[in-house]
Design a protein around this ligand. Structure first.
Ligand SMILES: Nc1ncnc2c1ncn2[C@@H]1O[C@H](COP(=O)(O)OP(=O)(O)OP(=O)(O)O)[C@@H](O)[C@H]1O
Ligand SMILES: O=P(O)(O)OC[C@H]1O[C@H](OP(=O)(O)OP(=O)(O)O)[C@H](O)[C@@H]1O
Length: 283
């Protein structure tokens, strides 16, 4: 049995959607933290991501989704299997604009508040700051200026920092939702094989989100010119149109390239362009 940890809180919906797109159904009642998962040999529990990290480290869970920030914070010895790149945040140090001398913290004793004890203490040491650490339990941005001089917290859009008149003075790390395993279960060949299969299907969904299927018709004389500009996974598929009137060219192209690619395809003689979403890609 693979013991999978699903993250309770803000990461949950995105993880559940990835699993659903991979054909893995997670059925959960409103206060039920032990959902049924439609994957043979897997059992799941919904836990705060911070606890998933601890349980993977302790070995009572095999596999789980969590933020990279808490893996660093809890100094957990885990195997990172994949980065979903979802919920991207920066862990930053920030201080009230009025406190700063230029863009720098003043050279005096500082009180630094954060939920991240290890990360913050190691930042204080690496910068050689004369500082006292205060542990927070959320709402960290409200501490300055009365209850702290500086904070270390995560930021996504930056709106909480702005609303509290805080300016970033340093970036300590980047974090996102990632899939981790406890290293011991990767030494068990049976568990490892199941986990690798799980990673393969989750990756196939993430890969498919990055690409779209592009189909385009082109006359014989423009075929080579078109193929030259068309990105693809290996080579584009080329089929003859009925009556030898040209070719249909098909390729899985990066979604990001579409906006520049479509005008280029038109300029290269392509027409009847059809773009469709993909569900899964397994290389
Ligand atoms: N604004 C945000 N956008 C995206 N991810 C975030 C954001 N804030 C925190 N995270 C990430 O979410 C993870 C923590 O998830 P959790 O659900 O516990 O969030 P939380 O908002 O801190 O929870 P709570 O509301 O219980 O305090 C961390 O890895 C963190 O980096
Ligand atoms: O850069 P932003 O988009 O504003 O997001 C960052 C904020 O979001 C999270 O707070 P949350 O709402 O979870 O409250 P908390 O601080 O009490 O955990 C995080 O701790 C930051 O405060």
């Amino acid at each position: 049995m693979i013991r999978l940890g699903l993250p309770k809180g803000r990461m949950y919906d995105a993880v559940k959607t990835i699993l659903a797109e991979a054909g893995i159904d997670v059925k959960v009642g409103s206060r039920d933290y032990r959902p049924a998962i439609s994957l043979e040999g897997f059992e799941t529990k919904i836990l705060k991501p911070q606890n998933i990290v601890e349980m993977l480290h302790a070995g009572s869970r095999d596999l789980g989704f969590a933020g990279a920030d808490w893996v660093r914070e809890l100094d957990a010895d885990l195997v990172e299997l994949l980065d979903t790149e979802l919920d991207p945040v920066r862990v930053v140090a920030a201080a009230p604009v009025d406190l700063l001398e230029g863009d720098l913290l003043p050279n005096r004793h500082l009180v630094v508040a954060s939920e991240y004890t290890t990360i913050t203490k190691s930042w204080i040491a690496s910068k050689g700051l004369d500082a006292t650490f205060v542990r927070t339990y959320g709402a960290t941005e409200v501490f300055p200026p009365e209850d702290a001089d500086c904070i270390v917290d995560n930021t996504a859009t930056g709106s909480t920092l702005r609303a509290n008149n805080l300016q970033i003075v340093d970036t300590l790390m980047l974090s996102s939702t990632r899939l981790y395993a406890n290293p011991r279960c990767m030494d068990d060949p049976e568990k490892r094989a199941r986990i690798e299969d799980f990673v393969l299907v989750v990756k196939s969904v993430l890969e498919a989100r990055q690409r779209v299927m592009l189909e385009v018709n082109v006359g014989s004389s423009d075929l080579e010119r078109l193929v030259e500009i068309l990105p693809c996974m290996r080579e584009p598929t080329i089929s003859s149109l009925h009556g030898s009137s040209g070719y249909a060219v098909k390729s899985a192209v990066p979604r990001k390239a579409l906006a520049t690619l479509i005008p280029q395809i038109k300029a290269a003689g392509g027409s009847d362009i059809v773009v469709t979403n993909l569900a899964q890609i397994v290389p």
